[in-house]
Design a protein around this ligand. Structure first.
Ligand code: PMP
Length: 376
């Protein structure tokens, strides 16, 4: 069967533009790339506990259906209770992924006549959710409160207004100005939604994220936490009011029309959460972030890097060829740091995105930055 020619030519364009994506498998390189910030995906004690817990479950392999049909087990309900208590939320609803959570929230909550304002660097899952919504959407400049204020005031509000940001931006690694956004939400009466994918397990006294760290949870309409990054598992949740949970159960299509998370997934998240408060990995991660920043200065690289105090440190080099070349030279020396290309980032902002982990050593951090300084 012929493959459609339009699609072939789109692939060709990617190839010509040096932006064709390909699947690769881990090659055993030193990890400056994965989202496994505190090494929980490899934590044997979590896996062993989940294995033991799983022995008590009838449906060992799968959940058999949607949560609204046959797939809602006691462990799902108990996990949501644990999560609500941990993340200091009235209610929590689990989704199969962060992508599903953003899609399900943004496609169902803002109504026709409402307005959604989103940061220009918002994750694809946020944009896709907005695309599916009947509300009008407006993009504001990255982390620019004055631009947001201007856009909120530029057209009359006839319904609800929603503003969505990421507490830590996935490609730039910088932070949203959460306190200022909360102040503005009170002043201009909008509902703030915060995607905490990259702060979950990393920030907050026990890894509860930045909103809880700043004790602002009662002023945020909804928070999205993902389990596939620092928690080392899979899936996501939305934290908010009981009414929000009830609404999502009834109207969020990415929650309703899909098989519930498997028992193994649920137990892994439950046990990751159990280990999180006492884990020493979070403080090790923060030491490594400081070490990375010190060495960035030592090797005179700071002008390339986007300012961030978090685990994502991106160095912008501005051409696909350049970042691919740097990444492949780093790989030849044993280091995995991925090139990030258009359309994930704007054209001309191609970068090497370093993810720092609790398990990176000081020597590795020093060497990877030394090498980078010789390649730029
Ligand atoms: N939001 C943000 C900010 C993300 O970076 C990601 C993952 N890249 C997601 C949502 C999606 O989460 P998941 O991988 O669980 O689908």
């Amino acid at each position: 069967m012929n493959f459609p020619s339009k699609l072939k030519s789109k692939l060709k364009d990617r190839e010509l533009g040096n932006t064709l994506r390909k699947l690769g498998e881990p090659k055993g390189l030193i990890d400056f790339s994965s989202n496994d910030y505190i090494g929980f995906s490899m934590e044997k004690s979590i896996a062993l506990k989940s294995e033991t817990d799983l022995k008590q479950i009838k449906h060992l392999n799968g959940s058999t259906g949607s949560r609204l049909l046959t797939g809602n087990f006691e462990i799902h309900t108990l996990l949501e209770k644990d999560l609500a208590s941990f993340f200091k939320a009235e209610s929590v609803l689990i989704f199969n992924s962060g992508y599903d959570a953003n899609l399900g929230l943004l496609s169902s909550v803002p109504q026709r006549g409402d307005r959604i304002f989103y940061d220009e660097y918002s994750h694809a899952s946020i944009r896709d959710g907005i695309t599916l919504s009947n509300a009008k959407s407006f993009r504001f400049k990255h982390n620019d409160i004055e631009d947001l204020r201007k856009k909120l005031k530029a057209t009359p509000s006839v319904g609800e207004d929603y503003v969505i940001v990421e507490s830590v931006y996935s490609m730039d690694g910088d932070f949203a100005p959460i306190e200022k956004l909360v102040d503005l939400s009170v002043e201009l009466n909008f509902k703030l939604v915060v995607d905490e994918a990259h702060s979950t397990g990393v920030f907050g006294p026990n890894g509860e994220g930045i909103v809880v760290q700043k004790q602002l949870e009662s002023l945020v309409f909804a928070r999205i936490h993902t389990f596939g990054k620092a928690l080392g598992c899979h899936g996501a949740m939305i934290a908010g009011s009981s009414l929000l949970k009830e609404y999502l159960i009834n109207f969020s299509r990415s929650f309703i029309y899909t098989t519930a998370p498997s028992p193994h997934t649920v137990l892994s998240v439950k046990n990751a959460l159990l280990f999180l408060p006492t884990s020493k990995a979070r403080s090790k991660l923060h030491k490594n972030i400081s070490c990375f920043k010190e060495n960035m200065i030592r090797f005179k690289l700071e002008d390339y890097f986007i300012e961030s105090e978090g685990p994502i440190q991106s160095a912008v080099f501005g051409s696909p060829e350049k970042v691919k070349e740097i990444s492949s030279r780093l790989a030849n020396k044993g280091y995995d740091a991925k090139p990030i290309l258009y359309p994930t980032v704007p054209l001309g902002e191609e970068r090497i995105r370093f993810c720092i982990h609790s398990y990176n050593t000081t020597d590795e951090i020093q060497e990877v930055l030394f090498l980078l300084s010789t390649f730029v």
